[in-house]
Design a protein around this ligand. Structure first.
Ligand SMILES: *Cc1c(COP(=O)(O)O)cnc(C)c1O
Length: 427
């Protein structure tokens, strides 16, 4: 192989910032040159089964011919055009599809460029909604162990300990955190689980613009699966106290939990819904915030007479075209069966890992599997071990977790869980 073809790892280490990393003690990064199906190919030819779906996003696998073709076809027509005063087929098609598949009252779509921005947009919608009605409500209620993104407003409703709110004190708005749900997804519902949330709602509702929550699965804040009745109660409390409900479906939307949207487990619909991650099947960055006609029209009847947001790359045609192809694939692909099969297999294979001494517990829901350890892992060495086993798994803290592409085969999934067992038993 010619030297010029190699990825300059030393330059990367010296100059390139990766997510949540130190410039003082950078951890090694693995050079990936291509990806196909569930496989990532490293520069030296090593193939790794991707257990992460590149953070929840590549549900159909990498380099899917249909998605690649959709991107190429759109590229030949127009890769981008401003969205102010201009519209185009890919955006119109996408918004039609999103309105059709999301819970009924959601009727207006705001396209944005990343999950965090979709959350910012949702929070701004809620603030403008109350401002338009001459009510000053500037607080949000959420639960501990949540994750809603890395921009400031999104971070302000993310778990205060996990996201180090203390560093940004004085700048970060302070919102209200109820205790996170304790009742697991499959547990018997315990009505006391909602007590703290209910109390916070009762005390603060007059100041609350909205409740924001990840439906059913708390993702990056702890990989916790909670009881659908908790979410049902939140919807009831929001109705009772006249507070908007924002469902952040960015991680779980598009089938990951076994329902197309996790809200469906509780048979509720939010006033505002955030989508991202798997929206384009992991091809492009794109997100969407949906709301009802009532919320949208109220927002636009206020002082500003419009919704005050408009990113440069809003409604990017290339991203919308791939999202359309991804949603079509999802409709054709029998994802329900794929996710059910993954869940079934996890229910057989994860308990084998639970037997290990350093494992505290295992859990699974849809195409998500979690192994919780007694102690946090040492990232550098565990990452090396996973790569040696031919899998890409990226734990955080005490959590070793997977959410593979829906297209993963049964034997590939067994390789993944076997590798996890081997690596955990070796640390
Ligand atoms: C990933 C994530 C976000 C942030 O999305 P980005 O695209 O990383 O900005 C927000 N909310 C949830 C629930 C997420 O999982």
């Amino acid at each position: 192989m010619q030297k010029t073809n190699n990825i300059d790892i030393d330059f990367d280490k010296e100059h390139v910032w990766h997510p949540y990393t130190s410039t003082v003690t950078p951890l090694p990064c693995y050079p990936v040159t291509s990806a196909q199906g569930v496989y990532l190919t490293l520069e030296d030819g090593t193939q790794l089964i991707d257990g992460m779906s590149s953070w929840w996003s590549t549900i159909h696998g990498y380099n899917h011919p249909v998605l690649t073709e959709a991107a190429k076809a759109q590229l030949d027509k127009m890769s981008h055009v401003m969205f102010g005063g201009i519209t185009h087929q890919p955006a119109v098609d996408l918004c039609k599809k999103l309105i059709a598949i999301t819970p009924d009252p959601l009727d207006k779509v705001f396209l944005a460029d990343s999950g965090s921005v979709a959350v910012e947009v949702a929070l701004k919608m809620a603030l403008q909604y109350w401002h338009a009605q001459n009510e000053s409500r500037a607080k949000f209620l959420t639960v501990s162990n949540g994750y809603h993104g890395d921009t400031f407003a999104a971070m302000s409703v993310t778990d205060p300990t996990n996201s180090m709110h203390s560093i940004y004190k004085g700048f970060l708005p302070e919102h209200i955190f109820a205790k996170s749900p304790e009742c697991g997804f499959g547990d018997n519902w315990d009505e006391t689980d909602i007590a703290d949330f209910e109390e916070k709602m009762r005390l603060h509702h007059q100041d609350l613009a909205a409740v924001i929550i990840e439906p059913i699965v708390q993702g990056a804040g702890g990989m916790r699966f909670y009881h659908p009745t908790y979410l049902k109660r939140i919807r009831e409390l929001c109705d009772k106290y006249n507070v908007l409900l924002i469902a952040d479906e960015i991680a779980v939307g598009f089938g990951r939990t076994g329902k197309l949207f996790a809200c469906e487990h509780a048979e509720i619909s939010p006033d505002i819904m955030c989508l991202g991650k798997a929206l384009t099947g992991g091809y492009m960055t794109l997100s969407a915030t949906l709301t009802t006609k009532h919320v949208a029209d109220t927002v636009c009847s206020g002082e500003a007479q419009c919704f005050m947001h408009g990113p440069t790359f809003m409604g990017n045609p290339l991203a919308c075209a791939v999202a359309n192809a991804s949603l079509d694939l999802l409709a054709e692909n029998k994802w329900q069966q794929q996710v059910k099969n993954i869940e079934q297999q996890l229910s057989l294979e994860l308990p084998l890992i639970a037997e290990l001494e350093n494992v505290k517990s295992v859990r699974w829901l849809g195409a998500i599997g979690v192994v919780e350890l007694h102690h946090p892992v040492e990232m550098k060495s565990i990452q090396e071990k996973f790569v040696q086993q031919g899998v890409w798994v990226r734990p955080f803290g005490k959590l070793v977790y997977i959410m593979p592409p829906f297209i993963i085969s049964s034997s590939q999934l067994t390789l993944l869980t076997t590798a996890i067992k081997k690596v955990i038993s070796s640390i």
